[in-house]
Ligand binder design. Structure first.
Ligand code: PGA
Length: 247
């Protein structure tokens, strides 16, 4: 299982950040559970350099710029140089600020060019009875996968994050049976880009109100490869319980 803790902007003190890292390191003892901490950018500079632990670090975003005269931008090369190995790209909270599929696609290419594994967020705002949301999802995946090489496609992680399920409670998250269906659908779409058995190797994770109480049910038998918890990743007791529930 790949567990990516999306701290968003919840963690506002370096002391708290260091506590969360220490707690995650204590949890990272199982070889089959990879813990990745998506800390706000300034903390990455504090935490990622020289990191030799089993915990990895992710950026919550990176720049479309590759450097130069781009005030305030944080490039893939800069993050890579700090020891950051993953990046969450195209999160709905960034798409809400105007990030298009084209921008997400460009960021994915910058990440891959700098040895950063992209975690691409896709997901519908709401579910309509005509299932048009599946078309949205397909388009989001197509925009990112089309320009990539086979090798790059296999390296890319897909995070299915339906917007309607984000920032709620476990009771309002997706159900295990709906999640199973979505995983099948996403793998089918990925099959258009990755021929043969390779498609089963692409990691698909789920985010949207994953909490200790629903994590186990969402992990068992749905075909999911991991989770992207937000609010429950910034409380060390909750995060510990969540990780223990899925491994
Ligand atoms: P949530 O956030 O767990 O608080 O719903 C998930 C996300 O937005 O990545």
């Amino acid at each position: 299982m790949l567990i990516v803790a999306n701290w968003k902007a919840y963690v506002q003190s370096p002391v708290k950040a260091k506590q969360l890292v220490a707690s995650a390191k204590r949890l990272a003892t199982h070889a089959d559970t990879e813990i990745v901490l998506a800390a706000p950018a300034p903390y990455l500079g504090l935490l990622a350099p020289g990191n030799r632990s089993r915990v990895a670090f992710a950026a919550q975003d990176l720049s479309v710029s590759t450097g130069g005269a781009a005030t305030g931008e944080i490039t893939a090369a800069l993050l890579s140089g700090l020891g950051v190995t993953y990046a969450i790209l195209g999160h709905s909270e960034r798409r809400a600020l105007g990030e298009t599929d084209e921008i997400v696609s460009e960021k994915v290419r910058h990440a891959l060019a700098n040895k950063i594994t992209p975690i691409v967020c896709v997901g519908e705002k709401e579910r309509d009875i005509d299932a048009k949301y599946l078309t949205t999802l397909r388009a989001q995946i197509a925009a990112v996968f089309s320009p990539l090489s086979q090798k790059e496609r296999m390296q890319t992680v897909i995070a299915y994050e339906p917007i309607w399920a984000i920032g709620k409670t476990a009771a309002e998250a997706i159900t295990p049976s709906d999640l199973s269906e979505m995983i099948l659908y996403i793998r089918k779409v990925l099959g258009d880009y990755i021929p043969g058995k390779g498609v089963s190797k692409v990691r698909i994770i789920y985010g949207g109100s994953v909490e200790p109480s629903n994590a186990r049910a969402l992990a068992s038998g749905t075909g999911i490869d991991g989770f992207l918890p937000g609010h429950s990743s910034v409380d060390s007791d909750m995060f510990t319980a969540l990780v223990k529930a899925v491994r």
